[in-house]
Design a protein around this ligand. Structure first.
Ligand SMILES: Cc1cc2nc3c(=O)[nH]c(=O)nc-3n(C[C@H](O)[C@H](O)[C@H](O)COP(=O)(O)OP(=O)(O)OC[C@H]3O[C@@H](n4cnc5c(N)ncnc54)[C@H](O)[C@@H]3O)c2cc1C
Length: 455
């Protein structure tokens, strides 16, 4: 089967969907291919821009502060690339303006969606996690806004778990939160914990977050929960209620508002590990935004190879279980993710890029085609210094075109975005969805310009 699109985007996580939406908004036809689940849908759903220096040492008060540091110290970081101009090194101001434009655009796109986001580059938000710990992040979903319990003299924070839901222990979260608050000598006046009962689809034990969230998407499901929350809040005098992120996939914002109205306290969702409902909400909201812009999303379709004529890609070959398609195109964006998405593959004899056979490099820009991935991981599974394998990937020019060993772009019309890029470790510096957003935004714009050149 043959299809045509001005731009083909390989990969449908944050980076690919942003690039696709930008291309569609530029008046071009686009197709996004997504073969499977994305890291985006497994994330906490809070968008980190930059929380720490790449070596994990210095926490930033604000993403702006972080971007200035990156532009001066790490000129090849994917954000710093925005500051390059006519061969000159990164200018922090240009980087900040560039990131601000992408963040402002996303906030506007998601404002009426299930994943409405709040926050900005002027300060990092210290968001609470299901462990009772905090993490600096830039943009959080509206359902995660906790409205300053730490600063209110008379506040009581209640961690509320669900019986039979094994992924969140309200008592452990309360304990570690309290220990941390004592060290930092700030926090609410009182911390409490409790549990409520809920039986999604009749199930009362080993309940998953997605079962609860799907259950709470039904109109009448809150009825079982509201009297229990109200009773607990009244008994403990809670002013703030921290729930695991289970408030719904489609209706979390409405559910939150209804609970707040009924119980008279501020209710918010904590950050969680996968499978995380806010991550799923973000993925869905991005997909909806892309479709609304006029783009075509082909789920379950894997790009297998691409064909070049002279220095331009002219088609992408893709396969799905029951069909094989060839898409003729004028420009291509590769947003295939890292190891989870499948854009990079590690084997004993090196790291390979899986669709275009592009050069891979380490975080220090050394060619990675022959490295042993084993040597780039720490023996400690959880290492504060991270695993340097995560900063490996593709190296790009200032237009986000992947560069080959001769220092030249692989093609005039191939762009790369998201976690497939080298030069940053999102686990350490807390920048995952932010880099995906920003690089997707500019790779999409540059791909649109390249496609227009063909006409
Ligand atoms: C558990 C976890 C928690 C995280 N938490 C956070 C967080 O709280 N905040 C934050 O900012 N970041 C977080 N991150 C990082 C963040 O999720 C990623 O950096 C970001 O989602 C990367 O987006 P992406 O679009 O580049 O890749 P992905 O979201 O991985 O998307 C890549 C897509 O490409 C598709 N694909 C790959 N190859 C092909 C092909 N050949 N054909 C078609 N499709 C293909 C994949 O199926 C996938 O859908 C987390 C990551 C993980 C794993």
């Amino acid at each position: 089967m043959n299809l045509e699109a001005d731009i083909v985007i390989v990969g449908g996580g944050m980076a690919g969907l942003v690039a696709g939406t930008i291309a569609s908004e530029g008046g071009l036809s686009s197709i996004v291919l997504r073969k499977g689940e994305s890291a985006t849908s497994m994330s906490s759903g809070a968008i980190d821009v930059v929380g720490y220096l790449p070596d994990g040492t210095i926490p930033f008060e604000s993403p702006k502060e972080g971007l200035v540091a990156l532009a001066s110290l790490y000129p090849f970081h994917p954000y710093s690339i925005l500051g390059f101009g006519e061969g000159k090194p990164a200018f922090a101001e240009k980087v900040i303006t560039g990131v601000e434009a992408a963040v402002g655009w996303l906030k506007d796109k998601l404002k009426d969606s299930v994943a409405k986001i709040v926050g900005g580059l002027d300060s990092n938000i210290l968001s609470l996690s299901i462990l009772g710990t905090t993490k600096p992040t830039c943009l959080i979903q509206e359902t995660m806004v906790s409205d300053g319990f730490a600063n209110e003299f008379d506040s009581t924070l209640l961690f509320l778990g669900v019986k039979g839901y094994p992924d969140f222990f309200a008592s452990a979260a309360a304990k570690s939160f309290l220990e941390q608050s004592e060290i930092e000598q700030e926090g609410p006046r009182k911390v409490a914990h409790s549990t409520v009962r809920i039986s999604p689809f009749g199930n009362t034990c080993n309940i998953s977050a997605s079962e609860i969230a799907r259950h709470l998407d039904h109109d009448d499901a809150l009825g079982e929960l509201l009297p229990q929350i109200k009773k607990t809040v009244d008994t403990l005098g809670a002013t703030h209620v921290a729930l695991p992120p289970i408030l719904g996939i489609k209706n979390a914002r409405g559910n939150r508002q209804r609970i707040e109205e009924e119980v008279g306290a501020i209710v918010f969702e904590l950050l969680a590990f996968p499978p995380s409902i806010p991550g799923l909400r973000l993925q869905r909201a991005l997909e909806e935004t892309y479709r609304k812009s006029g783009g075509q999303l082909l789920l379950g379709h894997e790009a297998l190879s691409a064909y070049k004529e002279k220095n331009r890609y002219v088609s992408v070959q893709a396969g799905a279980p029951r069909r094989s398609i060839r898409i003729s195109t004028k420009a291509v964006v590769s947003a295939t993710g890292k190891f989870i998405g499948g854009g990079l593959r590690g084997a004993e004899d090196g790291l390979t890029e899986t669709v275009f056979n592009l050069m891979t490099v380490t975080g220090n820009l050394i060619q990675a085609d022959n490295i042993r991935p084993y040597d780039y991981t720490s023996p400690f599974a959880v290492d504060t210094g991270g695993h340097s394998i995560f900063s490996c990937g593709l190296t790009v020019d200032p237009q986000f075109r992947p560069v080959m060993p001769d220092g030249q772009p692989d093609a005039d019309n191939l762009f790369a975005a998201g976690s497939t890029l080298a030069g940053y470790d999102y686990l350490v510096e807390k920048s995952g969805l932010g880099v995906a957003l920003v690089s997707g935004f500019y790779a999409g714009k540059n791909a649109a310009d390249a496609a227009k050149e063909v006409d």
